[in-house]
Ligand binder design. Sequence first.
Ligand SMILES: Cc1cc2nc3c(=O)[nH]c(=O)nc-3n(C[C@H](O)[C@H](O)[C@H](O)COP(=O)(O)OP(=O)(O)OC[C@H]3O[C@@H](n4cnc5c(N)ncnc54)[C@H](O)[C@@H]3O)c2cc1C
Length: 510
Amino acid sequence: MCGSRRREGEGKRDAESGREKKMEGMYPLGIVTASILAFLLLVGIHGCWGKGRKAAGKRGSGAVAAGFGGADVIVVGAGVTGSALAYALGKDGRHVHVIERDLAEPDRIVGEILQPGGCLKLFELGLEDCVDEIDAQRILGYVLYKDGRSAKLSISLEKYHADVVGRGFHRGRFIQRLREKAASLSTLSIISSETFYYRNATLFLCSDHIKHSVQLKQGTVTSLIKEDGIVKGVVYKTKSGRESKAFAPLTIVYDGCFSNLRHTLCSSEVDVLSYFVGLLLENCQLPFPNHGHIILAVPSLVLLYSISSTEIRCFVDVPGQKVPSIANGEMENYLKTIVAPQVPTELHDAFVAAIDKGNIRTMPCKSMPADAHLTPGVLLMGDAFNMRHPLAGGGMTVGLSDVIVLRNLLRPLHDLHDAAALCKYLESFYILRKPVASTMNMLADAFYKLFSASPDEATKEIGQAYFDCLSLGGGFSGDSTALFYGLTASPLHLVIHFLVAVTYGVGHLL
Ligand SMILES: Cc1cc2nc3c(=O)[nH]c(=O)nc-3n(C[C@H](O)[C@H](O)[C@H](O)COP(=O)(O)OP(=O)(O)OC[C@H]3O[C@@H](n4cnc5c(N)ncnc54)[C@H](O)[C@@H]3O)c2cc1C
């Protein structure tokens, strides 16, 4: 286009001056000059390409000699965070091989609400469009219900982009969008090009390429390949059952809450705090549209929010290590007799209809402190590395925040092959993630402990005081909401916030 515009301009000028003949006479001279210029440029470009090729050859041979098979990073698991990291590293020009057990759309009842803080992280990663076209619902705040009273938790998000709000969605649809984004980097992109035209002929095309290269493969990773204490890659089973190996200087394990690789990389104990029993309510409206509803029922908290324009996810929390049996009808009985009477009347019929439909699913709510062994060549991330109670819906926000911390740390490193140095360097990851991760973890576990039914009178009193404090609204609930939303990343802020709530409660009792 650029060339044709130039040609049009030239033709106009020539016609205006009426010097076509003279110009024609100059063509042979012009062609000779252009050819010399072309030759010189070609030599220059060849030199530049030659150097580039030699450098690439050096890198390539190093990689092959070490058996790394061309990838800079292997990501195990393309869930929420694995896919986001693959995209982020691919964007930075890394070669990323993602190995995912099942590339079909996942169908699990977890991770269906993304807090505004998580949404902000999507923007930082260039992934904000992953909540588009999946019928995601905007969540503008939360309402807490206790003993017939309600407290609204919402704050103004005016200072953020209009799309930085909570979102409720079908998790599988969101993950497929993230995977598509990562897979979109599997092709070679030209980031800059200069084209030299002479009349109708294109003389050169000189381009700088950046290779966004993310490869997604279906396979189940069965073990890590370790040599001299350094993880060099993974062994995985392909879809057809064939065993294969992949190598890279850095392997990042993102295999989720049921991780089978975690035991070699950390010694943290996994606590099951309770179970979430999931139902899908249809043909009904939440009392406060576009709000999450948390009913502080006894002994089961109930959580409700829209995940599409026609469906409301309902989670019933069953404390302890055991859930009533679905098979022998204990669960149906529990939900109908103990929980249903405490559900807001507007939702009662839809709640009972969902039980009768029979699609009752359960998930353990786990908590696990972040305590990975530093092992050269590998990093444990996501739920495989750190979990908190899901009541505050902060898991994906923490995971996406970790993706940004890691991407930023890796950005200045061109070569990841010095495993020992890299391992030492990545120690700072555990410190840098703390503001967001510790705040969300502490909030989630404290929130659950304060509001779940407790036989302990003191905990009950503090829970009641906290609810009363939140009911005051304004500054009392604003701080809490910002923490809940994942927008305030400061453990100290969280501690101060709880101290204020407890002081309020104690003052009230005296
Ligand atoms: C009941 C419940 C409700 C929750 N609700 C919310 C919520 O509303 N909001 C929120 O932010 N968080 C929520 N969470 C937490 C959230 O789901 C997780 O924090 C988040 O999904 C973690 O992402 P991940 O990438 O680590 O794991 P996942 O998203 O689980 O991804 C792991 C991936 O690894 C793959 N995989 C596993 N093993 C292998 C293997 N050996 N080889 C290859 N691939 C493998 C899996 O197929 C999967 O795709 C909830 C959790 C629970 C338990």
